[in-house]
Design a binder for this molecule. Structure first.
Ligand code: AMP
Length: 217
């Protein structure tokens, strides 16, 4: 099963993606994690992406399509994958459809996480993230040890107020059109995915249960 997680920054795609992937026994691919690891390792990919990421802008579609293509061809992703933040523009959605169809696969379900903007800004402003395993925390100070891997929690540069505003703008302008694109695919193509809207406000476990119910139902 190939699942696309869509939703604004801070909606919980990373948290829920991790849980859903674990429960389904399939891996997760998060382009944000791949890019942050590349920035930390100062690879050519990281050097090319760093400035755009820190501003809160999207990195170019060609970069994302390259990551997608390499990652989806990995044998451990053959059974299915949870795609967290991988599709953020219509050309990326078209590219993903092409890459998957070359592998004889398709997007089965699109989960759209919905949360009001005030809550998103509140969550992102209070967020620290493990610089090792990328687990996000709410309300823990930078420097605290990650409960999962012992790594150091840091404030992501793009969780500063100006970058948060820019990421919201990028979401409205470039990612929201992807929702309508998938909804029209669902209606017009036999290969179109099921689009499921999820109220992502509330208890983490309750949201996972709702999502799993939708996926298994
Ligand atoms: P995330 O961890 O998903 O919030 O992603 C962090 C940043 O990485 C984004 O604000 C973008 O700069 C970049 N990024 C991650 N995924 C994509 C994507 N699919 N398209 C463009 N930029 C991306």
């Amino acid at each position: 099963m190939n699942i696309v997680l869509l939703g604004p920054p801070g909606a919980g795609k990373g948290t829920q993606g991790e849980r859903v992937a674990q429960r389904l026994g399939i891996p997760k691919l998060a382009t944000g994690d791949v890019l942050r690891a590349a920035v930390a390792a100062k690879t050519p990919l990281g050097l090319a992406a760093k400035a755009a990421m820190e501003r809160g802008d999207l990195v170019p579609d060609s970069v994302i399509l390259g990551i997608m293509k390499d990652a989806l061809a990995e044998p451990e992703k053959a059974k299915g994958v949870v795609l967290d933040g991988v599709v953020r523009t219509v050309p990326q959605a078209e590219g993903l459809e092409r890459v998957l169809s070359e592998l004889g696969r398709k997007v089965n379900v699109v989960l759209l996480f919905e949360v009001g903007e005030d809550e998103l800004v509140r969550r992102l402003s209070a967020r620290t993230t493990c610089e090792g395993c990328q687990t996000p925390y709410t309300g823990l100070e930078p420097g605290t040890a990650c409960a999962k891997c012992g790594g150091k929690l840091v404030r992501r540069k793009d969780d500063e107020p100006a970058a948060i505003r820019q990421r919201m703008r990028a979401y409205h302008e470039q990612t929201e059109p992807v929702i309508a694109w998938y909804e029209s695919r669902a209606k017009t193509s036999a290969n179109g995915p099921r689009v499921v809207r999820v109220n992502a406000l509330g208890d983490i476990e309750a949201i996972t249960k709702t999502v799993m119910g939708e996926l298994e139902g």
